[in-house]
Design a protein around this ligand. Structure first.
Ligand SMILES: NC(=O)c1ccc[n+]([C@@H]2O[C@H](COP(=O)([O-])OP(=O)(O)OC[C@H]3O[C@@H](n4cnc5c(N)ncnc54)[C@H](O)[C@@H]3O)[C@@H](O)[C@H]2O)c1
Length: 447
C-alpha cells in the first residue's frame, strides 16, 4: 500500500506517521517548504508527545517521506488523503474550503491509475461530492472514488487516539474504495476497534455532530458552574454526580474558561451555518457558540474581581497559554481573549507556558514571557492558572507566597482545592466551587 497525505499539520503528520507505523508507505506533502525541509532533517514542527520518535523510526525505515511535490506523491498512490486546514471563513463563519478544493484540483491533475481520494479534513456535508466534481472536471478520464474519513484524534494524545480510536468512520458508496480503506485500517480490526461504514454525507456530518455535542457538554457544565456559584453548590460534585450515570459519562464535564482550540470553535460555527443554510437550524448549538464566546470575555472580569475589582497598575502572572495542555496549539485559546482584556484594564502580564510561548509571542507581543512558573510570579499581585499543564498542579504554595506581592490565585481550571488554598493564606477564586470545598477533596475523587 502506498498513500499520500496532503497537508502535514497536526492531523496530516500524525496520521501519516501512524499509517507508516502500520507498514504503509507514506509520503507527507505540504506547500510549506520550510516545514518539509525541517521534517526531512528530523525536526518536528509541532509539539505532540511521542511524535518525534515515531517520525524518526519510520523515516529511517524509509516508509515515511516528506515532499513538496504533490504530483509526484499522488502519482501511483492507492489512497490520497486531504488533511489541509478548514478554518472559519472570515465574515460568515462557514468553513473555508479553499485549501480543500485547491488540493482537489492539484490531485485531479496528478492521478494515475485507480486511486481513492479521502477527505480527512473536517468538511461540511457536500464537500466530498464537490471534491469529486472538481477532480472529474480537471480529469474526466481519471479512475477514482471519493471517501470521507473524518479524524477524531485529540492534540496531546494524538498518537494513541489514532492507534486506538473509539471508532473509525468511513463514508463512501464505492465498494472498491471501502476495500482500500479497510485494508489500510486493517491493523485496527485486529485490536477490535469498531469501523463504521456510511454514506459520504453521513460521515461528514458525524464529525460535526460529535464536536458540537462535546462542545455542548462543556458549555452545559460551565453554565451549571455559574449556577453553583450563585447557590453555594460545588460543580466538581455535580459533575461527578451526573457523570457516573452511564448515560451521561464523566468526560468533558470539567468547568473552565470556555472551550477553544483548532476544532470546536470553528466546527460548531460551521455546523450552525450549514444547518441555517438548509433551513434546519440547530438552535442548541447556536446558543452554545454564543454562550462560549461570552464566557471567554467574562473570564477577564472574574480575574479582575479576584484582584479587588481593579488590575490597574497590577502585575498578573499567567500560567498556561495554549488552549489545553500537551500541545503548542494557540488557535482560539481562551488566553487570546483574556490577556488582551486584562492588559486593556491596565495590568502587566508575565506569562509562562511550557510549549506555547513561541506562537504566543507572535500573537500577544505585549506580554512578558518568562522562563518558568515561579519566574512569572515574582512580584505578581495575582496568578491566573489558565491551562492545566501537569507542572502547574502541585506548585510550592509557600514559595509562591514569598515571591508574590499578594497571594491571590484565579484558578480557571479548578486544579486546586479551595479549602487548602484558603488555609495556605491565598485569596482564591475558581469556577463553580464554594469558598471552602469539602466533598470532592474528601472522597479523594479528582477526575
Ligand atoms: N488539530 C486537530 O486536533 C484536529 C483534529 C481532528 C480534525 N482536524 C481537522 O483536520 C484538518 C487539518 O487540521 P490541522 O490542525 O492538521 O491543520 P494545520 O493547519 O496544522 O495543517 C494544515 C496543513 O496543510 C497545508 N496545506 C494547505 N493547502 C495545501 C495544499 N494544497 N497542498 C499541500 N499542503 C497544503 C498547510 O501548509 C498546513 O501545513 C482540519 O480540517 C481540522 O479541522 C484537526
Amino acid at each position: 500500500m502506498r498513500i499520500a497525505m496532503i497537508g502535514t499539520g497536526y492531523v496530516g503528520l500524525v496520521s501519516g506517521a501512524c499509517f507508516s507505523e502500520f507498514g504503509v508507505e507514506v509520503v507527507c506533502i505540504d506547500k510549506d517548504e520550510e516545514k518539509i525541509d525541517r521534517l526531512k532533517k528530523g525536526i518536528i514542527p509541532i509539539f505532540e508527545p511521542g511524535l518525534e520518535a515515531l517520525v524518526e523510526s519510520n523515516a529511517r525505515a524509509r516508509r515515511l517521506t516528506f515532499s513538496t511535490d504533490l504530483a509526484g506523491g499522488v502519482a501511483g498512490a492507492d489512497g490520497v488523503f486531504i488533511a489541509v486546514g478548514t478554518p472559519s471563513r472570515r465574515g460568515d463563519g462557514h468553513a473555508d474550503l479553499s485549501y480543500v478544493y485547491g488540493a482537489a484540483e492539484e490531485i485531479g491533475r496528478a492521478l494515475t491509475g485507480y486511486t481513492v481520494v479521502v477527505t480527512k479534513s473536517t468538511v461540511p456535508v457536500g464537500t466530498g461530492r464537490e471534491v469529486e466534481r472538481i477532480i472529474r472536471q480537471v480529469r474526466p478520464d481519471a479512475e477514482f472514488d471519493v471517501a470521507s474519513n473524518p479524524e477524531f484524534l485529540r492534540e496531546g494524545s494524538a498518537i494513541n487516539d489514532f492507534m486506538r480510536p473509539d471508532r473509525v468512520v468511513i463514508g463512501t458508496s464505492s465498494p472498491h474504495a471501502r476495500e482500500v480503506l479497510r485494508q489500510l485500517y486493517r491493523p485496527l480490526y485486529l485490536i477490535e476497534r469498531p469501523i463504521i461504514f456510511t454514506q459520504l454525507e453521513t460521515a461528514e456530518l458525524i464529525k460535526y455532530a460529535a464536536n458540537s455535542f462535546l462542545a455542548t457538554k462543556i458549555t452545559f457544565i460551565n453554565e451549571i458552574a455559574d449556577l453553583c456559584e450563585k447557590v453555594g453548590a460545588d460543580v466538581h460534585d455535580v459533575a461527578r454526580g451526573i457523570g457516573l450515570d452511564g448515560r451521561i459519562g464523566r468526560k468533558f464535564l470539567h468547568a473552565g474558561p470556555g472551550y477553544g482550540g483548532s476544532c470546536f470553535p470553528k466546527d460548531t460555527l460551521a455546523l450552525v451555518r450549514t444547518a441555517q443554510a438548509v433551513g434546519a437550524p440547530i438552535r442548541i448549538v447556536e446558543t452554545v457558540v454564543a454562550v462560549n464566546d461570552e464566557r471567554k470575555r467574562h473570564m477577564a472580569q472574574k480575574v479582575i474581581e479576584a484582584c479587588g475589582d481593579s488590575v490597574q497598575g497590577k502585575t498578573i502572572a499567567v500560567l498556561g497559554l495554549t488552549f489545553k495542555p500537551n500541545t503548542d496549539d494557540m488557535r482560539e485559546a481562551p488566553s487570546l481573549s483574556i490577556l488582551p482584556a486584562l492588559i486593556g484594564a491596565g495590568a502587566k502580564i508575565c506569562a509562562y507556558d511550557p510549549e506555547g510561548m513561541d506562537e504566543a509571542r507572535k500573537l500577544m507581543p505585549h506580554v512578558t514571557y518568562c522562563g518558568n512558573a515561579y519566574e512569572a510570579m515574582e512580584g505578581a499581585d495575582a496568578v491566573v492558572v489558565l491551562t492545566e499543564w501537569n507542572q502547574f498542579r502541585a506548585l510550592d504554595l509557600e514559595r509562591m507566597k514569598r515571591l508574590m506581592r499578594t497571594p491571590t490565585m484565579a484558578d480557571l481550571r479548578n486544579i486546586y482545592d479551595p479549602e487548602q488554598m484558603h488555609e495556605a493564606g491565598f485569596t482564591y477564586v475558581c469556577i463553580g466551587r464554594p469558598e471552602s470545598g469539602v466533598s470532592a477533596a474528601q472522597d479523594g475523587g479528582g477526575e
